[in-house]
Design a protein around this ligand. Sequence first.
Ligand code: SF4
Ligand code: MSK
Length: 645
Amino acid sequence: MAEIEELSACEATRKMLQKAVDEGMETAFQRKEQQKGCAFGEAGTCCRYCNMGPCRINPKKPEEAKGVCGADVDTIVARNFARMVAAGTAAHSDHGRAVAQTLIMVAKGETTDYEIKDRVKLLEVAADLGIEIGDRDINDIALEVGERCLAMFGQQEGELEFAQRAPEPIKEIWRQLGIFPRGIDREVVELLHRTTIGVDQDYKNIILGASRCALADGWGGSMIATELQDILFGTPEPLESSANLGVLKEDEVNIIVHGHEPLLSEMIVLAASLPEMQEKAKAVGAKGINLAGICCTANEVLMRHGVPIAGNFLQQELALLTGAVEAMVVDVQCVFQGLGTIASCIHTDIITTSPKAKMPFARHIEFHEDKALEVAKEIVSTAIENFPKRGKVYIPDNKEPLIAGFNHEYVNYMLGGRYRASYRPLNDAIIDGRIRGVVGVVGCNNPKVKHDDVHVRVVKQLIMNGCLVVVTGCAAQTVAKAGLLLPEVAREICPRGLWEVCEAVGIPPVLHFGSCVDNSRILIALTAMVKEGGLGEAFYDLPACGCAPEWMSEKAIAIGHYFVSSGAAVVFGVGFPTLGSKNVTNFLFEELNDIFKNSWHLEPDPDKMVDKILSLIDMKREALGITAKRERILYDMAMRRELEI
Ligand code: SF4
Ligand code: MSK
């Protein structure tokens, strides 16, 4: 294996990787070294969509071969890209569907374990959907909101209702192109259909079809998940917590929630706090019950309850190797099968809860919304029973404080106050140059690059160059571990303009905006900036950019594509799955500028990624006529050392 020092920028991770090596335990970091990769797969030039294949085209000599059906490299690459978008959209949207179904159950009284926590948000969403409010019972309104959202999945014609929130000019572009998203399921099904053998063979048409599907994710499935979760569990507000493996406790029962959907984890938070459960834990010799999270479930319960983050995506196996985790409760998405192998060697129970996602070696305790608390209590009890079976424990002492729980509503309120909530101060700060631009840094970890390193370097340099950064997903957890989600960071490393704004408003320069589905919060925030005025007419005018420095999931491609298709510039790191086709890559990276007035970009090097983002932002500032040319901060050795976590 490569030197451990080179594998991660996170000290806790390096300590646990050494432990894994010492004990002969396998993790994703080792498996990555065993996998030699595939040049065809990496370039997107392998097709196995019918049984005449698999067909593969040498990315170095694409003109020399075609698939058996005659598909050329452009069609093959575009279809593979489109299928990633379809899969990512399906994952986010199935999550949204489950939340809509739960809201309906709550409204009908079919489950009493949940309640409507944010009535104001319910009324706002209802008003947005044109639902009559009057003096109607709150449950009637919730039922109609839930049913209208659920109907968006099966909608066959017309325009997706939440997509009406987007700025007018981009909606007009979607209409002219015939890609305004209709129903969420319809777009996923149609894209899968179009990419089967012998259907869509025009790579540009395939990519625009993928735009329609991705838009149904961002302005549909993901937005439904975010909005209805806020209604059910409360819209997050800033709160304190901490992050990294050091949040695990040696003398308590540790339960980690991992995956994406907060429906069950909300109940586990409640169950773990019940006196009967605390007593049970004490009866087996533990001081209490300690909850922690990994991946986006972690972000959901962090934002609403302050549950600490144990780690990000690539730390899931390492958390088990501490020997201190009694149960890891998983639902859907981003859960390594490798967890089962480690768990089978120690006392930890992996508890699967979704009928959609079972695992070998795992104990399955199925989650049902109508008996959610009962299931959560059973899971917590199982964890407690495991506590006396613990072997040797090693918890690295790394943890960092953080502030999380930001979103459009809070930013609006913080900037303008309760009675005149407004983005005006933010827009003004951008216009007068105190804030250079806004950057969304999102996405996963990927062992192809040094864990956490790219995220931290990029985010630090962005705020040092005066950009306000919003983070979601595992990127948010990475920068939390690096201590960047704290207000004092502004004065320590940001230029005067940015720290003055941060201090005046009382926010850190890096705002934790939530989970992967909460990238829809960024769509809403960008829309609010446009509507506030002074920064152009659509996302493509804003000095703003999105990036995913360490992405790995198909969901990241869906997210990137809905931002680009909504008019935002997006820069990805690591690599890109279309590089086997010059035409497709050129279409995504160049020609989309003529369509959506922004496009995809690839830049794996963190320093160059920052340069690219700043130049994209400065270009927009110039076009808006709000820029005095700025010097890029150059780094001497001491400053570069500072960038280490
Ligand atoms: Fe090969 Fe065409 Fe079948 Fe793909 S669809 S496997 S390119 S024959
Ligand atoms: S969890 S999709 S590894 S961000 Fe949303 Fe993290 Fe990426 Fe999963």
